[in-house]
Design a protein around this ligand. Structure first.
Ligand SMILES: Cc1ncc(COP(=O)(O)O)c(C=O)c1O
Length: 405
């Protein structure tokens, strides 16, 4: 049986594979700890549940417009006005099945075969595969100074005649780094001058700590005409703990949004109306869930980092936002896949290998779970790696004996 060249070139999503692994181990009753997750543990807002249930109770669950129902578009317009100080029209907005599909539609809309898309590294695991799925070539830009904070020169150096777009994700998955205002201003200006598309993946833009304020790309844009190549992606998955609802959106010029909606119409006919209703409920309802989530995450981050910093040899960078930290474990093991597998096998802690995000020697650890998982997970990792730890560890009533170092 033959499958397409594109299908052959696409890697499995390592984070989704890890979720499956977690579910399997958990169902067997194993005391597994998931530090590789990508979703807040809080419940979806009640306003979302009530809005979806009210619609479900009508019994009439039908097709909806491919670019989103008017009520959701209005809620997104209000969100854009409130959080980006930018007035947009319904024709500038497309709702989709998660930020992921909004990104895919944007890439399908702008890319011709072999055109290149640049994004700073470390990068979200899906960017290279999404670009390849659309026939393009992914180009990772590793900051020259070795930090998690790119400078415009890092992007500039990769631009060539095939460059079609830049994707910026800040705060960033996997590092938690929130890029500086200066960098965002530079990249907006650079893309406008070079006439390159700029896709801002803002899915974590309000999950930020230590009193930081979100950086608004529109503050630095000059071109608000129909020729603007700025596309802003967002969604309810992370901010409202609604990952399973699969609602995201894109805001851009009418021409781009129209083309994206055409594509989406043929792909899925648009997101489910029930889930769109839930997103309307969340966006128009009580917003305290976001500040509560931020308080929890900031505390979790502090606990995780305090524990990680007790390792000898692990290098950390304090995350500014998101619910991830990207720590350098190369002093223990340079091959991050080997290390991640070893931690699952020996102490049943799930982490994501750094190589999946474009940087070997690192592990991505999430702090979106409970404090107990964070502290116990790190304790187990430390026991597995640190020769100075006692030789035995109890997980519940199971006694583990370290016989591998
Ligand atoms: C950087 C980034 N963009 C987009 C997404 C996808 O979000 P959604 O669940 O809304 O599709 C994720 C999810 O992990 C992400 O980390």
């Amino acid at each position: 049986m033959s499958i397409s060249q594109i299908a052959k070139s696409i890697k499995t999503s390592p984070t989704l594979a890890l979720n499956e692994k977690f579910a399997i181990l958990k169902s067997k009753g194993d005391p597994v700890i998931h530090l590789g997750g990508g979703e807040p543990k809080s419940k979806a807002p009640m306003d979302a549940i009530l809005a979806a249930s009210a619609h479900l109770n009508t019994g009439e669950i039908r097709y909806a417009p491919a670019d989103g129902i008017p009520a959701l578009k209005q809620a997104i317009i209000r969100y854009t006005e409130e959080h980006y100080n930018r007035k947009v029209a319904p024709e500038n907005v497309m709702a989709s099945s998660g930020a992921k599909q909004a990104l895919m539609c944007a890439l399908h809309t702008i890319l011709n075969p072999q055109e290149e898309v640049i994004f700073p590294a470390p990068y979200w695991v899906s960017y290279p595969e999404m670009v390849k799925l659309c026939g393009g070539i992914p180009v990772a830009a590793h900051p020259e100074d070795g930090s998690f904070y790119p400078r415009i020169q890092d992007i500039e150096q990769r631009v060539g005649s095939y460059t079609k777009a830049v994707i910026i994700n800040s705060p960033n998955n996997p590092t938690g780094a929130m890029y500086s205002e200066e960098f965002i201003a530079d990249v907006v200006d650079f893309c406008e001058k070079k006439d390159i598309y700029l896709i801002m993946d803002d899915i974590y833009h309000r999950l930020i700590f230590d009193g930081r304020k979100p950086v608004n790309c529109y503050d630095y844009a000059n071109d608000f005409s129909e020729n603007s190549k700025l596309i802003v992606i967002n969604g309810v998955s992370k901010l409202y703990a609604m990952t399973g609802f699969r609602i995201g959106w894109a805001v851009g010029s009418k021409r781009i949004i129209n083309a994206m909606a055409n594509i989406q119409g043929h792909q899925t006919s648009g997101p489910s109306i029930l889930l769109q209703k839930a997103a309307v409920g969340a966006l128009n309802g009580l917003q305290s869930c976001i500040s509560n989530l931020n308080v929890t995450l900031e505390n979790n981050r502090n606990v995780l980092l305090a524990h990680l910093n007790s390792f000898e040899g692990v290098k950390t960078t304090m995350p500014d936002g998101t619910f991830y930290t990207f720590a350098d474990f190369s002093a223990y093991e340079k091959d991050s896949t080997k290390l991640s597998n070893m931690l699952i096998d020996k102490v049943q802690v799930l982490t994501v290998p750094g190589v999946e995000f474009g940087l070997e020697g690192y592990l991505r650890l999430s702090f979106c779970g409970g404090i107990k998982d964070i502290t116990q997970g790190i304790e187990r990792i430390k026991w597995a790696l640190d020769l100075n730890s006692p030789n035995e560890l109890y997980i519940g009533d199971r006694k583990l004996v370290r016989d591998w170092v």
